[in-house]
Design a protein around this ligand. Structure first.
Ligand code: HAM
Length: 426
């Protein structure tokens, strides 16, 4: 018989892991809440054109998309990222017409990229991301970084570094494009096939090449800074000043251009400096985009956002020794003594209705075996349902911390457990 495993580049998250994930997701939602961001959920697949824009030079769009078509219907693609779908939705639902812009949106969910899997890089992975759409201000760029930064800090990560750069406005980028085309014109034939494509499509992305990074021509590439317009410089200085004001340390990295094509002005990447993070060190990354809302048929409006890789966040938390806990303990365990039929279930349901995480003994087992289960469950209170007490409508309640045992009417059970657990909590 064939045995099945998770497909390459995917993973199962078992209960011992999902408890920690839930905690992190709760923290993220709480932080989004205080920053005024609301959740948006878009489909996991979209029309391919949502992601594949004409002349896009990124690896993600050109090599990594799970694209399919069924029954000759239009081509669909599993989302490789969240931004394009969210902007599509922003335009489709005319959110640009809202009286108070920008829209502050966040999302969490699975993304799919056909990449070579390794630690921290998967084919199905989870991103938490935010998109702030409909206003352009250096203070919003800074706010965006602050939100991501507060999350990693609240989680307890200490070994992280904010890298930031600006790609400038359209004029700056046009200037720089010309400079790069000229600079690389004699050496492009010596570069990798991807770089040849980048030279034609988006020369800025030559700076991002991992294959040719040791090529001599890459050592003296003219700096983007020299092509920036005064407005772009001023805009970027304001972003940096706002980060200073919030006490967020950063490093300006002249070579940071990011892997996606839609960026303009501010781009950033927050990386782990922990030795175990290896080559997949970016925890969250993003930047401003000016053309996307228009691409989807909306007005000329700017947006900014980032996405955080949740698998990477969890790996880094583990590497830094942050304890996020495991499967939660039970509050109550219901034991069965003698032939009590479905009574343990009935008792458990009453306790669950009162909000107590409760397990009950199912198959007939010795008291010793049941007490072992109590230990493993972490329950603080044990209810023993015995034949003779049950006949009188009663059960025994044992408080683990004090080892005190009492017999109570089933109708008073919840009250008794309330008292025991509240006393313990005090
Ligand atoms: P990205 O840099 O492609 O940006 O991805 C953001 C983050 O997702 C990365 O920093 C990393 O933590 C995580 N990530 C990416 N690929 C993988 C993978 N194969 N396995 C595990 N984690 C991964 C974006 O996706 C943009 N949409 C961000 C953005 C939002 N820009 C503006 N708004």
């Amino acid at each position: 018989m064939k045995s099945y495993q998770t497909p390459r580049g995917t993973q199962d998250l078992l209960p011992s892991a999902t408890a920690a994930w839930n905690k992190v997701e709760d923290l993220i939602r709480q932080m989004c809440h205080v920053y005024g961001y609301s959740e948006i959920r878009t489909p996991v697949f979209e029309d391919t054109g949502v992601f594949k824009r004409e002349n896009d030079s990124s690896d993600m769009v050109n090599k990594e998309m799970y694209t399919f078509s069924i029954n000759n219907e239009d081509s669909l693609t599993l989302r490789p990222e969240g931004t394009a779908g969210v902007v599509r939705s922003f335009v489709e639902h005319k959110m640009y017409g809202a009286p108070d812009l920008p829209a502050r949106l966040y999302y969490m969910g699975e993304m799919f990229r056909y990449e070579r899997p390794q630690k921290g890089r998967y084919r199905q992975f989870n991103q938490f991301g935010i998109e702030n759409i409909g206003a352009k201000s250096p203070y919003i760029d800074a706010e965006c970084i602050a939100l991501g930064y507060s999350i990693v800090k609240a989680l307890g990560l200490s070994q992280i570094k904010v890298l930031i750069n600006t790609l400038g406005d359209a004029t700056s980028r046009r200037n720089y494009r010309e400079t790069l085309l000229d600079y690389f014109k004699d050496s492009v034939s010596e570069l990798c096939p991807d770089c040849k494509r980048r030279y034609e499509q988006n020369p800025l992305r030559l700076l991002d090449c991992k294959v040719d990074k040791e090529h001599p021509v890459m050592k003296n590439v003219p700096s983007l800074r020299d092509s920036l317009t005064e407005e772009s410089k001023e805009y970027f200085d304001k972003v940096l000043k706002a980060l200073d004001g919030m006490g967020i340390p950063y490093e300006v990295d002249d070579r940071l251009v990011r892997g996606l094509d839609y960026y303009t002005d501010t781009v950033f990447e927050v990386v782990s400096t922990h030795p175990e993070s290896g080559s997949q060190s970016a925890v969250f990354a993003g930047g401003r985009y000016d053309g996307l809302v228009q691409y989807f048929g909306g007005p000329e409006m700017s947006g900014v956002g980032f996405a955080m890789g949740l698998e990477r966040l969890m790996l880094l938390a583990e590497a830094e020794g942050i304890d996020l806990g495991g499967v939660p303990s039970d509050d109550v365990y219901v034991m069965a003594l003698g032939n009590v039929e479905d009574a343990p279930l009935q008792v458990a349901v009453k306790l669950r209705a009162a909000g107590y995480r409760t397990s009950f003994n199912v198959a007939p087992r010795s008291l010793k075996a049941q007490f072992k289960s109590v230990d493993r469950s972490g329950a603080k209170v044990v209810v023993i349902v015995g034949e003779s007490e049950l006949a009188e409508g009663k059960v025994n309640v044992k408080h683990i911390a004090t080892q005190m045992q009492t017999t109570v009417e089933i109708s008073h059970l919840v009250e008794t457990v309330d008292n025991l657990l509240n006393e313990e909590g005090e």
